[in-house]
Design a protein around this ligand. Structure first.
Ligand SMILES: [Zn+2]
Ligand SMILES: [Zn+2]
Length: 320
């Protein structure tokens, strides 16, 4: 059965997602769905890229882009290695210094305080694409309008939901840790630092206010915006499209073209099939920079007991 968009209700309790899920699986995606999805994803991003050549030389330069890229990947790996693979799923053990570094680096992505992020994400795994999932794109049904509405919800809308995930219930381990509570509460400070590093570096290197301003625009604003959309795309796009070579109880998919920008998180089908795995890109050629860094942390002696997937474990989770 399909649920029309007009029947959709905002109250989660009234959404018959569990009924829909029973009839899901395997069906092909229509051309109309593909095209709308492509436009929804591609157009704003193309507009942003088009701004670079227009502003080159006066509003953006190599320094701005370098600062932006470095800050992007520090914060991105803070989220993927820290908030996600370490704090949410415990896919490896970290010494205290690495743990604190990851908590601060992840906070600089400005995706909310650590404890809230972890609680939301654990709830997402518990109910993935069913009633109770904080951000499923299938919330309103399976028609094109319902999916568009659902994609918006899964991407950003859910952030404005009045109902908040219980932190005491979903992240008791972090709530109990005074240092992690403190880092979580100091979220405003990490936000400030994250926004101020780029203009500080840009201003000092060029010794000009103009340099500080362009570095702030690209290194702070555009960088945070891009990282937000990439992270949220894991919740929206990676639960709507992508290949599903592994068994999972939801609609998570592997989306190859987001692999580099998402620091390896877009191999999302494997992640739902094996949530504690330290590596998400387990198949040949699947780039996963987060897994590579965790391996380096292990070699440096800062991390231990990473749950690396072996061939048998991977094979057991294949759909065919
Ligand atoms: Zn997911
Ligand atoms: Zn996860």
């Amino acid at each position: 059965m399909t649920i029309q968009a007009s029947e959709a209700r905002p109250g989660a309790a009234e959404l018959p997602l569990s009924q829909i899920s029973a009839t899901r699986g395997g069906e092909k995606q229509g051309a109309a769905e593909r095209i709308t999805l492509g436009l929804f994803i591609g157009l704003p991003f193309a507009a942003l890229l088009a701004a670079v050549p227009v502003a080159w030389g006066w509003g953006v330069g190599w320094l701005d882009l370098t600062i932006g890229v470095v800050m992007y990947f520090i914060a991105c790996h803070g989220i993927t290695i820290g908030f996600h693979r370490y704090f949410t799923h415990g896919s490896f053990k970290a010494n205290r210094a690495l743990e604190i570094t990851l908590a601060v680096a992840g906070s600089m992505a400005i995706e909310g305080p650590l404890v809230r992020w972890v609680a939301d994400h654990r709830k997402h795994h518990q109910f993935s694409d069913k009633e109770g999932d904080p951000h499923s794109p299938w919330r309103y049904g399976e028609t094109v309008p319902a999916l568009l509405k659902g994609l918006w919800w899964a991407h950003m809308g859910w952030l404005f939901d009045e109902e908040q995930t219980s932190q005491a219930k979903y992240a008791p381990d972090l709530v109990k840790d005074p240092a992690m509570r403190r880092i979580s509460r100091l979220f405003w400070l990490w936000t400030l630092i994250s926004m101020l590093i780029p203009p500080l570096v840009g201003g000092l290197v060029t010794m000009s206010w103009h340099g500080a301003l362009t570095a702030f625009f690209w290194g702070s604003l555009v960088r945070v915006a891009l990282l937000h959309h990439v992270t949220w795309s894991i919740n929206s796009i990676c639960h709507a499209i992508g290949e599903r070579p592994f068994k999972s109880r939801d609609r998570s998919g592997n989306v190859w073209w987001l692999a580099v920008l998402s620091c390896g998180e877009s191999w999302h089908n494997l992640h739902h099939a094996d949530p504690t795995s330290a590596r998400h890109g387990v198949l040949r050629g699947q780039i996963d920079s987060s897994a590579r860094l965790i391996r380096w942390f292990e070699l440096a002696g800062w991390a231990q007991d990473a749950r690396w997937p072996d061939a048998e474990r991977i094979a057991a989770r294949r759909t065919a």
